[in-house]
Design a protein around this ligand. Structure first.
Ligand code: SF4
Ligand code: SF4
Length: 444
C-alpha cells in the first residue's frame, strides 16, 4: 500500500500538537528539508528525549522512509544540544545505518520546539504568516509521530497507545505508554498519584490547559502535570475566561512586553498581542483583532512577559475561535519575511522560565518505562482526535472488538484518520462523539 494510505489507515496524526493527519503533511517533490522535531521545549516533559534515547532505530528508519518518500534534499533531526543521551543514541544509529541524516543541535531556549521557530533555526527561512512549513519547502514531524510512522509502515500497527509524562507535584515522575482512551483519573489512581484538590494540566506548563480527571487520554495528549492550586504555573490558567477578558480591557498598561518577547512577532510576523489587548471589545473585523490568527499559543506572553498577570494567549484563543466561526481566513501578500533584528538576544532561556514559574522543585527526569503494563478496565475513545473531519463509528453497542480493530472511519473524501480499538472488549456506548469499550477482565 502507498505510504500516505497506510498512515491514514493506521491513524497516524501529529502526536505533539493539534493532531494534523501525518499523511496530509507529506508531498512528493519540491521539498528541501525533512525535519524531525525533537526539541521538546516545554519544561518537565520527557517524551521526545525518551523515545530518541530508547528507540533511535525506529526514529532514524522512519525519517529515512519519509525523506525518500518526499524526495527531501536534506533530512535533519533538530534537538537541544543538552539532550546528551538522545544525541549519543542517534549518532550510534546513524553510524550503524550510514543514513544521510544530520543532527541539528539547538540552544536551550523557549519555544525551540515551535514548528516555525524550528524551521527558521534550521533553514534560515521564515514560514509566511498563516502558512505552514511546506510553503518554504519543509516538512516537520514530531518524534513520537515518527515512532508511530515506523509502527504503521514496518509493523502494520495502528496508533492505539500514547506516550505521556506524568510529572509535576508527584513522588515519582514517569514517562510511559498508555492505551488511547484511558481516563486520566483512572491512570493517576493506578500510578498512586494524589490529584485531589490539585490542578491537572494536559501538556506542559506553558501551552497546556487544565483538564478534568474524567477526560480520556487521546493521540495528542502532551503529558499530565499535577500542581497545587494557586501555584504560579497555573494561576492564570485557573482564571475564568470572563475575568480574563474583563482584565484585558481594564488592566493592560500597554507596556508592550508581550509583543517584544512574542516568538512569532520576533520572526517578523504581524502579531502584536499588546495591540490585540487594546482592541478587545472591538469588532472582529478590526485589523489588530485578526492578528490573533497568527498566535501559536506558546504562552510566553501569559507566563513570562506580562507584569499584570494578564493572558493575551487566552484572549487570542477566544478570538481565533470567533474568527473561525465567522469563516475568517488569514491572508497576506507578504512573501519574503525577515526576522526582527532583536530576535537573536530575546530568546528566553529555559532556566529563567523555570525560575519564573517556580518549577525547580518539580524538575526531575521522568524516565521512559516501556511495556504495555497499563490495562484500564474501559476506554473512552473520541471520534475526533485530529484536525479534519471526525471519524464515523463502524461498530455498534454489544459488539466484541479486538485491539487494533478499526472502530471509526473518516470518509474517503474528507481529511482525517481512522480510529482503532485500544483494548480487547465489548462496545458499551457508541455515538458520533465517542466509543466506550469495556475490557474482557473488567469487574463491575
Ligand atoms: S501566546 Fe503570546 S507570545 Fe505566544 S505567539 Fe501568542 S501572542 Fe505571541
Ligand atoms: S505585557 Fe500585559 S500589560 Fe503589557 S501590553 Fe502586554 S498584556 Fe498589556
Amino acid at each position: 500500500m502507498e505510504i500516505k494510505k497506510i498512515l491514514r489507515e493506521k491513524g497516524v496524526v501529529g502526536a505533539g500538537g493539534a493532531g494534523f493527519p501525518t499523511y496530509a503533511k507529506l508531498k512528493q517533490g519540491g521539498i528541501d528539508y525533512y525535519i524531525a522535531n525533537g526539541a521538546e521545549c516545554e519544561p518537565l516533559l520527557d517524551v521526545s528525549k525518551g523515545i530518541m534515547a530508547r528507540f533511535p532505530d525506529r526514529v532514524v528508519k522512519a525519517i529515512k522512509t519519509l525523506k525518500d518518500f518526499t524526495g527531501a534534499k536534506r533530512a535533519v533531526i533538530a534537538l537541544k544540544g543538552k539532550y546528551k543521551h538522545a544525541i549519543k543514541a542517534l549518532n550510534e544509529e546513524l553510524s550503524k545505518t550510514g543514513f544521510d541524516i544530520e543532527l541539528f543541535q539547538m540552544g536551550d531556549f523557549f519555544p525551540a520546539g515551535d514548528e516555525q521557530v524550528m524551521v527558521f533555526e534550521v533553514t534560515g527561512k521564515v514560514v509566511p504568516e498563516g502558512g505552514i512549513p511546506i510553503a518554504i519547502g519543509a516538512v516537520v514531524n514530531n518524534i513520537e509521530t515518527l515512532y508511530n510512522v515506523y509502527g504503521a509502515i514496518e509493523e502494520d500497527t495502528p496508533v492505539i497507545r500514547k506516550f505521556i509524562t506524568v510529572g509535576g507535584h508527584v513522588k515519582n515522575p514517569i514517562t510511559l505508554k498508555v492505551p488511547v482512551g484511558t481516563t486520566i483519573g483512572w491512570l493517576l489512581d493506578f500510578l498512586g498519584v494524589d490529584y485531589k484538590d490539585k490542578v491537572i494540566i494536559d501538556g506542559g506548563p506553558m501551552m497546556g490547559n487544565i483538564v478534568d480527571p474524567s477526560s480520556p487520554i487521546t493521540k495528542v495528549t502532551g503529558g499530565l502535570l499535577i500542581f497545587p492550586k494557586g501555584h504560579p504555573a497555573v494561576t492564570v490558567k485557573e482564571s475564568d475566561i470572563s475575568r480574563i477578558l474583563k482584565l484585558a480591557k481594564i488592566a493592560c498598561i500597554q507596556c508592550r512586553y508581550c509583543t517584544l518577547q512574542c516568538p512569532r512577532y520576533l520572526l517578523g510576523h504581524d502579531l502584536e498581542p499588546s495591540k490585540i489587548m487594546l482592541s478587545v471589545g472591538f469588532k472582529l473585523t478590526d485589523g489588530y483583532i485578526k492578528q490573533a490568527m497568527l498566535c501559536c499559543e506558546c504562552g510566553v506572553c501569559e507566563a513570562y512577559s506580562c507584569p499584570q498577570q494578564l493572558s493575551p494567549r487566552r484572549v487570542n484563543v477566544i478570538l481565533k475561535r470567533e474568527l473561525a466561526k465567522a469563516g475568517f481566513r488569514y491572508t497576506t501578500d507578504k512573501i519574503d519575511i525577515e526576522p526582527r533584528e532583536e530576535r537573536q538576544w530575546r530568546k528566553i532561556p529555559t532556566s529563567r522560565l523555570k525560575l519564573r514559574l517556580q518549577l525547580m522543585e518539580f524538575d526531575r527526569p521522568a524516565h521512559l518505562v516501556d511495556g504495555d503494563f497499563v490495562v484500564p478496565p474501559e476506554v473512552h475513545i473520541p471520534m475526533k482526535q485530529h484536525i479534519g473531519a471526525p471519524a464515523v463509528p463502524v461498530v455498534a453497542v454489544g459488539e466484541k472488538v479486538t485491539k487494533g480493530q478499526v472502530i471509526g472511519r473518516v470518509p474517503e473524501d474528507k481529511v482525517g484518520c481512522h480510529v482503532h480499538a485500544s483494548i480487547d472488549g465489548t462496545v458499551v456506548q457508541c455515538d458520533e462523539h465517542k466509543i466506550v469499550i469495556r475490557g474482557e477482565d473488567a469487574k463491575w
